[in-house]
Ligand binder design. Sequence first.
Ligand code: ADP
Ligand code: MG
Length: 252
Amino acid sequence: MARRKKVYEGKAKILYEGPEPGTLIQYFKDDEQPANVSPISAATEGKGVLNNRLSEFFMTGLNNIGVPTHFMRRLNMREQLVRMAEIVPLEVVVRNFAAGGISERLGIPEGTPLPRPIVEYYFKDDNLGTPLVSEEHIIAFGWANQQDLDDVVALALRVNDFLSGVMLGVGVRLMDFRIEVGRIWEGDFMRLILADEISPDSMRLWDLRLPERSDGQTPDPAPLADVYTELARRLGVLPSNVTHPAKPSVIN
Ligand code: ADP
Ligand code: MG
């Protein structure tokens, strides 16, 4: 492991050459990722460990329902083995409720349900601040073609349905999230797969399990506090739970 080659170091992860051609190792750092979607204030100790687990959890679930992802297996606390892909230079955002950028741009109050999930594209370029782009830009500049974009939307909406359902099951509202997709080739045949990570760095999550108010009114949902630990706890993927898994209860 000591001699392996570093391929890329980003804000949240380091990529190393994998053991087989066409594979990569993703190492999850604790460094902060200044997300467009969910800004989080300070670097969190152990964030990388939790994001490694959380991304494993979501990608495994998606693989199980037939959504193709780059995830192969988790290697250790901070690393996972993934399929190498050619990343489409877009951050694909799906929004279910208004918050952040869309609220600012269009003057929609935060928390407003959107009439349907809205898919947006941002050009993946940190120097430009990852600007919002349209299908026209993407096709004209050759970042993807119309068929790719149809596939990207279908993939993003399947991911949205899966994640929204999983979150709702643990009292969390998926306001919005972003994904990256990559191309892999099987002979002459190209496929788009979900790449990168799915973690609190790429999702905006609001808590639906808030303490009852003294006046008896239902509290307004608010951002999920202590999001990495709390989400991992609710989903049962804290490292301590995984090394000593609780016995499943038998239902007679
Ligand atoms: P960034 O600072 O660019 O967001 P990260 O710290 O998140 O970078 O590191 C992950 C990098 O690896 C990103 O540039 C992402 O596009 C890339 N990446 C993610 N999954 C894959 C994959 N399966 N194959 C190749 N590159 C990938
Ligand atoms: Mg990233």
